[in-house]
Write a protein that binds this ligand. Sequence first.
Ligand SMILES: [Fe+2]
Ligand SMILES: [Fe+2]
Length: 398
Amino acid sequence: MKRILFVDDESKILDGIRRMLHTERTRWDLQFAVGGEAALKACEAGAFDVVISDMRMPGMDGATLLGHIRDRFPSTARIILSGYAEVALATRAVPVAHRFLTKPCQAADLQATIERVCTLQELLSAPEIRKLVGGIGELPSLSSTYHNLTRAVGDPNTSIGDVAEVIGHDVAMSAKVLQLVNSAFFGLAQTVTSLKSGVSYLGMETIKNLALTTETFRVFAPDPRVPLSVCEAIQQHSYSVAAIAGTLPIDSKSRDVTIVAALLHDVGRLVLASKMPDVFCSILALVDERKCEPFEAEQELLGTTHAEIGAYLLGLWGVPPLASEAIAHHHHPTRIPHGGFDISIAVYVADLLAHELEAHPEDSTGTKLRASDRACLETLGLSGEYAGFRELAKEVGK
Ligand SMILES: [Fe+2]
Ligand SMILES: [Fe+2]
C-alpha cells in the first residue's frame, strides 16, 4: 500500500480530502498532519511515498517543509496544493516540489496526480535501473556554466542581463542556445541574435532548460566503438521530435517543458552509447536481427529501457519533473492516467510521427503504424486526430 501524507494548517481541509479520497482507502494508506512540524514528526515515524502540502501555513510553510523532506527523505514524492492567490508564494516551492495543484482540487485530479507520481517513482526505483546506473560509475559532471546558470535563475534578484552574461562566458553553449532559440520550435517572428533578447523572449527557465539540453548532448559524447552516424541520427531525431511537438495542440503554459522533454526524450540512448558502448552495440545488433524497436531490445537485454534511464538521470540533474515524466513514458504513455492532451502525450505523439516520417516520408495512410501504437492512440482517444497531426508534422519536415 502506498503511504500518502496530507499536510494543512486547517483540519477542516484535511477532513474534506479524507472524505474525497474515501474510496481509495483500500489501496492508499492516507495520513493527515496539521502543520509542518507534525508532518516532519510523521515522516520520522515512517517514510511516506508521497507528501502533499498546503503552501501557506503558520510556522513552517509548505516550501520549507518540502525542503526538509527532500533532504531527509529524498525518495518521497513532493506535491504542493495551494490556493490561486498564493501563486507568487508557491514559486518559492519550485525547487522542492515535483508537482503543483491548485485549490479547490477535484478528486479526479488529485487521484491522477498521486497515481502518476507513484508510477514514476516505482519505475525509477526499479532494481534494474539502479544496477545499470550504478554500473555507469561516476556520472559526467555538468559544466560550471550550467551550475552558475542554475544558481542565477534561482536567485530572485537576477536580471535578464545576468543570465545572458553567465551563458556568454561559454562560447559553445551560447552558440547552441541561440541556435535552439532560433529553431522552428519557438516560432519567433524574427531572428534572435543576442542572448539577452533570447532570454527576454523565452524566459530564464526555458533558457536554462535549453542550456541543459546542450550540456547533456555534450557530456554524453559517443564512445569510439559506437558508429558516429547512429548518435548523430539520435540528435537529429531529437530536434525533429521537438519541432513536431511544437505543432501539437499543447497549452501555451506547457509548451517550453514539452520542447525540452522532446529534445531530451532519447537521451537514455546516448547514455548507453557513451557509457556502455558494448551493451549499446548488442542492442543495435538485436534491433537489426529482429527488426524490433530499440526499447524492446533494451527491455530484453537490460530489463529496462532508454526511456527510464534518461528520465532517471535527468531527474538527478534537475530537469522539470513533468519533462522527466514524459521522457519516462514516451514509449508507454498509457501506463499513466491522462486528463487531456498533456506533455507526456505530446512527446509520445511527436516521437511516433517523427519515426513514421523518417521511415515512410511519403505515406499518409497510417497503415505503417505498429498495431501496438494504433491501440495506444485508440486508448488515448487520438485515432481520429492523428492524420491531421501527421499533415502538420510533414509541413515542419519541409
Ligand atoms: Fe525513444
Ligand atoms: Fe525517439
